[in-house]
Design a protein around this ligand. Structure first.
Ligand code: NAD
Length: 350
């Protein structure tokens, strides 16, 4: 394929600017709004598809050099093989996590992969704090009551976060921002991570093993990526060892947690509460309106039945600032690809 550099070619004639066609999967109205704004210079042609990328929809990307996907789109070996056969050469993730992509298969099929390495860590960290406060101060329950003219306080008893111990699993960009906010509340922060982050230590954070973190903490918040090593990191044996009354917050990826074990720990009143923005089987439910039909996922419905569980539908990233950066970074990566430049946010298989 000709490298369409915008610079002059040997004969002095300017090279035609290459404008790739992009199949944008899982596109909602807000994706269009922010991506169109980021693409105002016409770096690429965006073709929006409501469908998520999976085995049934992969053909929709035929002839598109770029496929742009989100958290619940599936990019396994079979799908990447089909994408490559149909001409796709770049997979652009509109997110940070990349557990849904088989990077080795992408490389084998000649598809390069970019993600949004960093956008607003504040968006996710602040949402984790919002979930935590909503849970421990019973805000959704209180709001339902006052809307109904009920101003009683029974069942709304909370606890102070000040003086509590908060464990942060994964002290990268988001985890450290979450820890920073928690220190502002007067909490002691414990960290668990394979790598020590100087910014976390500078907050006064102390690194401990996961079991020690769970045994000491009143609140644990998950901020590590989903990998084979972190799959069901919070499982039944771990939940037995955690401090009774522990509040579990998960804004990272659903499969970090074994949901059935969490339900058992809630039923046993060993866990004090759970606040999640992500759920292991969310791909079948999230980002769709089921309010006039039936949610077929019994595990999710059981979770939602607890008074001390709060679920949001993978919205922690969803701020104006984050959407703007995600879109601008995605278009910038596609531009780099089109111009044959180094891909700043390229993901390479280990
Ligand atoms: P990051 O790479 O800056 O930080 C991740 C940290 O996890 C790193 O410090 C890494 O060393 C650590 N880690 C890796 N394996 C670990 C393990 N086994 N145990 C403990 N720590 C481990 O990433 P980030 O930008 O902070 O994002 C963290 C995660 O948040 C992403 O992987 C993604 O899954 C999730 N996320 C969710 C949303 C949302 O909307 N809910 C949005 C963005 C990101």
């Amino acid at each position: 394929m000709r490298n369409a550099s915008p610079q002059a070619e040997d004969d002095g004639a300017p090279a035609a600017r290459r404008v790739p066609d992009v199949a944008v999967f899982s596109a909602k109205a807000y994706d269009r709004q922010f991506l169109d704004a980021a693409n105002d210079a016409g770096v690429c042609r965006l073709h929006y598809l409501e469908a998520a990328l999976d085995a049934d929809t992969v053909g929709l990307a035929a002839g598109r050099e770029v496929a742009c996907v989100f958290v619940n789109d599936v990019a396994n070996a079979d799908i990447l093989k089909t994408l490559a056969a149909n001409g796709t050469r770049l997979l652009a993730l509109r997110c940070t996590g990349f557990n849904n992509v088989d990077l080795a298969a992408a490389r084998a099929h000649g598809i390069r992969v970019v993600r949004v390495t960093t956008y607003s860590p504040y968006s996710v960290a602040e949402h984790a704090v919002a979930l935590l406060l909503s849970l421990v101060r019973r805000i959704p329950r209180a709001w339902y009551r006052t809307r109904d003219g009920n101003f009683t306080l029974d069942g709304l008893l909370g606890f102070d976060l000040h003086g509590r111990t908060v464990a942060v699993v994964g002290t990268g960009r988001i985890g450290t921002e979450f820890a920073r906010i928690m220190t502002g509340f007067g909490c002691t922060v414990l960290g668990h991570d394979a790598l020590e982050n100087p910014a976390f230590l500078a907050l006064g954070g102390r690194y401990v093993g996961l079991d020690e973190a769970l045994a000491q903490a009143d609140v644990v918040s998950l901020h590590c990526p989903l990998t084979p090593q972190t799959h069901h990191l919070i499982d039944a044996p771990r939940l037995v060892t955690c401090k009774p009354g522990l509040i579990l917050v998960n804004t990272s990826r659903g499969a970090l947690v074994d949901t059935d074990s969490v339900i058992e720990a809630l039923k046993a009143e060993h866990l004090g509460g759970v606040a999640i923005d992500v759920y292991e089987q969310e791909a079948d439910v999230f980002y769709r309106d089921w309010s006039s039909s039936i949610v077929a996922d019994d595990t999710l419905e059981r979770l939602l039945s607890f008074h001390n569980v709060i679920v949001t539908g993978h919205q922690a990233f969803f701020t104006r600032e984050a959407m703007s950066t995600i879109s601008r970074t995605t278009i910038a990566s596609i531009g780099q690809f089109a111009r044959g430049e180094r891909l700043t946010d390229e993901l390479v298989a280990a």
